[in-house]
Every structure is written in C-alpha cells, then in structure tokens.
Write a protein that binds this ligand. Structure first.
Ligand code: 2IT
Length: 443
C-alpha cells in the first residue's frame, strides 16, 4: 500500500520546488486541501501517485516576442504557454496579456483551468498562456504587430487537436482576430485553432456573453436551492470588461439590480441600476477605448464615482468578483458580511483570498468558486470547437440551452461532492472534488 499524503509535507515540498510562485501555491493548496481525504482513501489514487503528478504541468514553453512600436523602437516581451494537463482532452484555456505577468500566475491559471474544464463535462484539458505585454494605451497598430509576432512563435506549439487557446484579460475579439489571421497565414489551415473568434469567421454565438451568462445561471441555481430568487436583489460586479458585461445583462434579465461596477481607478454606483442596452453597450465602448478606467461611465449616466476605493464597501445582496485574482481579501469579506451580503460569487479566477473564503464559510453564506461559476466561458469555447470540427454553426438558442444545461450540471456536481454534515454546501470543496475525480481517473 502506498503512503498516504500529509497536507503540510506535500505543500512544503511543492513550495520548495516552485519558489516565488505564490499564486500557484495558493491555487494548489486550495485544491489539495479539498481532495486530500478522497485521495488518501482511494488506493488507486495513492498507488498512482496522483497528487504528485497532478500539480506538475506537462509542458511549459517560454519564448521571445519582438515587435516595433509606433516610434519605430524595438520592444521585447516574454510569451508563454503552460500546457498543464491533457488527460481528458486537448489543452484548452485563455491567453492573458498583462503588465508584469509572470509564469507563476499562468501556472495558477493553467492548474485551475484543468479542474474547471473537467467540470464542464466536455473533453478538454487545461492550459493557459500569454505575455507580459501591457495593452493599456497601445495603438491598434501596435496591438496588431504584437499579436502577429506572438503568434509567429506560439503557432509551433498549438493545433486544433493539440492545444486551443482563447482570450483572457487583455485579449478580446480583436486580438483573437489578429492572432488567428497570423496562424492561418503561416499554417495555411482554417481549423479553428483559437476560440472566441468573430461571428463571421467561425466564432460561436453566445461566446462573448458566455462567462457572464453562465455565472448568472449558476447563481440562479444557488438562490433557488436557498428558496430565494434574483428578483429585486441588489448586486455589485467588479470590473467592467467582457465578463462583467455578460454578467450585468443576464443579472438584469433575471430580475436583479446591478448598482455598482469598478475599474482600477475606483468604482461607480448607479442607483438606477445598470440595466439598459445603452449602459451595456457603453461598457464595451469603455473597454475598447483601451484606457482601463471606469470613471467616464459616471459622467455619462449621472452616476456617482468613488475614486481609489474598492467596490466591496458597497452594501449589496449579491457580490461578484469579475476582474482579477485576489481582488477580494479577508477585510473586504468582513465589510461585505457586516453590510449584510447574502451570496458571493467568484467570476474572476481565484478572485478571493483564502482568508476571504474562510470568512464566507464561517458565516455560512453560499460562496461560489471561480472554477465552477465562470466555467461557462470555456464551456462555450468547447462548443465552438465542436462547431468548427463539423464546419457548422449552431443557433444562439442551441448554444445558450447547452450552456444552461452545463451550468446546471456543474451546480449539481458541487452539491453532490460539497455537502457537509450540517447541510451547508461547500461549493469550493464540491467543485474541486468533482473536477479532480474525472482527471485523476483518466490519468
Ligand atoms: O479563464 C477562462 O476560463 C478563460 N479565460 C476562457 C478560456 C477559454 O478557452 O475559453
């Protein structure tokens, strides 16, 4: 019989092996804590050294990206692709362009993606990539040149049945277009190697909305389980990008009132609700402006802008993270709880610190973890892959229905694996165990 794993020893070894990667260690610890009892009580997992194998990425590539800025100066960035786990399907996961992006961040994201993709029910492995390229303030031509140079290298490592990247922070429809064009130019194939493509050239309907829509389908299930409803609930959503945009629309449709969104500059409170097409469209305009500030929303719609403060001080029934990792900490959690928050949903990947999650669990309020709540995005990416493979295009209804079914099945998986003795649903544990089992069995 193989030895049982001890959490402290295992984590100490992992930290030693991955120095200066705090986010990866944080993500791994959350998963290992959830699954260690399952692993220790399952001989086949022990004999097959599953924990040691599942925390090690199958492959990490790092490459140089050279490009010329508008002043004809040469710029050098570092690009990456982390191919974390392909046990259940081709690597799948987004590309992030962000200032100071590190390999440790991408490893945390690739690790999370592995379990998230498993939860979607679709056959997709986990991967993540990107570059330490800051899109803020760059011209359209600079973005084009960067994307082409980036794909010139990345194309060596990806393929429609090997690894299928998509967007993430700093990578939207425009960037996917520039990269897809370069891939086609070099490889002479139109096989849908990226998802999140435009509607006229292989993109799936509902993909832009999918992360936000899926998050609200999941949230709606959580509320129904608690004999509650979205009707009349006040809500805050951090961020103002693509994910927040989809979230705000579906929340409004389900009857909630979103009163706050945020940016790196502060947050906006709109007491009338962010609930009209004009307001939704303006969020996209703000994002497209490449300035990364939310303040202009307040000027345009006569709302209040609170400079330099975190959105979590706004009293709401439902709080959603939709911006960055670790954007909601233990103190923010205490503030939200003091102000009567009833539900917290992580839509960004690892949006909450472990201290924040502990506060929500202690208060016994439902807390939805990112890998379950935000899985709708990659799920519809998986549906885009299917459509590309069969050279067909499904209707918006067809995609939306499948997305809805997938989110319900993720919710049910969380219930099945996350129910505690007192009846409290620990969605973190539920999502981690359910996501883990499938990957571990395949390995
Ligand atoms: O974090 C995520 O799930 C994404 N950025 C989407 C990945 C994808 O392949 O659609």
């Amino acid at each position: 019989m193989a030895n049982k794993y001890k959490l402290d020893e295992f984590m100490a070894d992992l930290e030693k092996k991955n120095p200066a990667q705090p986010e990866f260690i944080q993500a791994a610890k959350e998963v290992v804590e959830s699954i260690i009892d399952v692993v220790n009580s399952t001989p086949k997992y022990l004999e097959n050294k599953i924990l040691d194998r599942i925390v090690e990425p199958e492959r990490v590539v790092s490459f140089k990206v050279e490009w010329e800025d508008d002043k004809h100066e040469i710029q050098v960035n570092r690009g990456y692709r982390v191919q974390f786990n392909s046990a259940i399907g081709p690597y799948k996961g987004g590309l992030r362009f962000a200032k100071n992006l590190t390999l440790g961040t991408l490893k945390f994201l690739g690790f999370e993606q592995t379990f998230k993709n498993s939860l979607t029910t679709l056959p997709m492995g986990g991967g993540k990539g990107g570059a330490d390229f800051d899109p803020v303030g760059k011209s359209n031509a600079e973005i084009l040149r960067f994307c082409r140079s980036f794909m010139t290298e990345l194309q060596k490592y990806i393929g429609p049945d090997t690894d299928v990247p998509a967007g993430d922070l700093g990578v939207g429809g425009r960037e996917i277009g520039y990269m897809y064009g370069q891939y086609k130019r070099i490889r002479q194939e139109n096989t849908g190697v990226l998802t999140g493509k435009g509607q006229t050239w292989g993109g799936s309907r509902i993909r832009p909305e999918a992360t936000g829509f899926g998050a609200m389908y999941f949230t709606n299930e959580v509320l129904k389980l608690n004999r509650d409803s979205m009707k009349g609930k006040t809500m805050s959503v951090s961020g103002f990008g693509n994910v927040a945009w989809g979230t705000v629309q579906k929340a409004t449709e389900l009857g909630a009132k979103v009163i706050a969104i945020s940016g790196p500059d502060g947050y906006v409170i709109d007491e009338n609700g962010i609930n009209t097409k004009e307001k939704f469209d303006y969020m996209l305009e703000l994002r497209a402006s490449n300035k990364n500030v939310v303040e202009p929303y307040a000027e345009k719609f006569g709302a209040k802008f609170v400079k330099g403060k975190k959105i979590w001080e706004v009293p709401v029934d439902i709080a959603c993270t939709a911006a960055l990792q670790n954007e909601l900490n233990g103190d923010d959690a205490k503030t939200l709880l003091k102000n009567g928050v009833k539900y917290v949903m992580e839509i960004s990947n690892m949006g909450c610190t472990p201290e924040a999650i502990a506060e929500f669990h202690k208060a016994k309020i439902p807390f939805g973890p990112g890998k379950a709540v935000n899985a709708g995005g990659v799920a519809v990416s998986g549906l885009e892959m299917s459509q590309n493979a069969e050279h067909l295009r499904w209707s918006a209804n067809e995609v939306d229905e499948k997305l809805h079914e997938i989110m319900k099945s993720i919710f049910e998986a969380c219930l099945r694996e996350g129910k505690e003795k007192d009846g409290y649903i620990n969605y973190v544990k539920g999502a981690n165990i359910a996501g883990f089992r499938k990957v571990a069995d395949a390995m």
